[in-house]
Ligand binder design. Structure first.
Ligand SMILES: [Fe+2]
Ligand SMILES: [Fe+2]
Length: 282
């Protein structure tokens, strides 16, 4: 019988985006069917690659070489959707990676339920964005994408708490801050397919941040650590920037992320820059 870790590695080593997400969704269905039957799959052990397999396209560029996008044009909005698609594909891999990479840390089955469910939702998000791109005459891979997205995973490859702090509680929380502005852009342009897709993503991402803070707090509690102090120390160690306001305090609160976690890590002056989705993970 295939273990959950082996399933995760299979997803991580599949390059094509649609194939990766189809496989991930099938594995998620298998996990939940076994859970419902009262015969959970073993977590097992399998070595995840340091970097997941990815398609030949998109070409990956460093952030400073990325062309600037103007959301007032269709080309700009396609670039924005393409960036979101890239973030979602990374998110699929990030969710399967945490399952396999830290499988040696004994965790309650509920931890795996949360991560498999979130991985399944990330696959859905990638497919929704691909559908939007295709209905607008483009596709994932048609434009260059941000090369730095896997950095957080590599930086925290040895640190489970650090991974939880940086990925769900910083990057995915950043997604909550920037998504309403993106939804507004597509509402104004009348691209309702993109509005609908982003609304699904926005609603489900609250849950992903909540899983992060729930299990971060749980692990701190198990080890007798103060969660807020740990969070500040880990984000300063592994995240190479300050957090950028404005924050979506309401959705962050819904996800169990209180202001005294993120405000001390923020740059105080609010810049005029529009929030860029490349800096987050959804
Ligand atoms: Fe997410
Ligand atoms: Fe997502």
């Amino acid at each position: 019988m295939q273990s959950l870790s082996e399933m995760a590695v299979e997803v991580l080593t599949t390059a094509d985006g649609r194939a990766k997400t189809a496989l991930g969704r099938a594995h998620a269905a298998r996990w939940f069917a076994a859970r419902e039957a009262g015969t959970p799959l073993p977590i097992g052990k399998a070595a995840p690659p340091l970097r997941p397999a990815r398609p030949d396209r998109p070409e990956l560029l460093s952030p400073r070489d990325m062309p600037r996008r103007r959301p007032g044009t269709l080309a700009g909005r396609l670039a924005l959707l393409h960036a979101v698609g890239h973030i979602e594909l990374n998110a699929v891999d990030l969710h399967w990676d945490i399952i396999a990479r830290f499988a040696d840390v004994p965790m309650p089955l509920g931890f795996y339920d949360d991560w498999v469910k979130a991985a399944d939702e990330e696959a859905k998000h990638f497919n929704l964005i691909c559908d939007c791109l295709e209905s607008l005459g483009s596709h994932y891979g048609a434009l260059p994408a941000h090369a730095g997205m896997w950095r957080a995973a590599e930086d925290t490859a040895e640190d489970f708490l650090g991974r939880l702090a940086v990925v769900p509680m910083v990057l995915e929380a950043r997604g909550l801050d920037v998504t309403p502005g993106m939804i507004e852009i597509f509402r104004k342009s009348g691209e309702t397919g993109a509005v609908d897709a982003l609304e699904v993503i926005y609603a489900e991402e609250v849950g992903h941040v909540a899983y992060g803070s729930k299990w971060f707090n749980w692990l701190c509690g198990r080890d007798g650590l103060d969660p807020k102090d740990q969070f500040h120390a880990l984000v300063r160690r592994y995240f190479h920037a300050t957090l950028k306001p404005p924050f979506n305090d309401e959705k962050r609160a819904e996800a169990g992320l209180p202001p005294d976690f993120y405000w001390p890590l923020a740059e105080r002056e609010i810049t005029g820059d529009a929030a860029a989705p490349d800096e987050g993970t959804t």
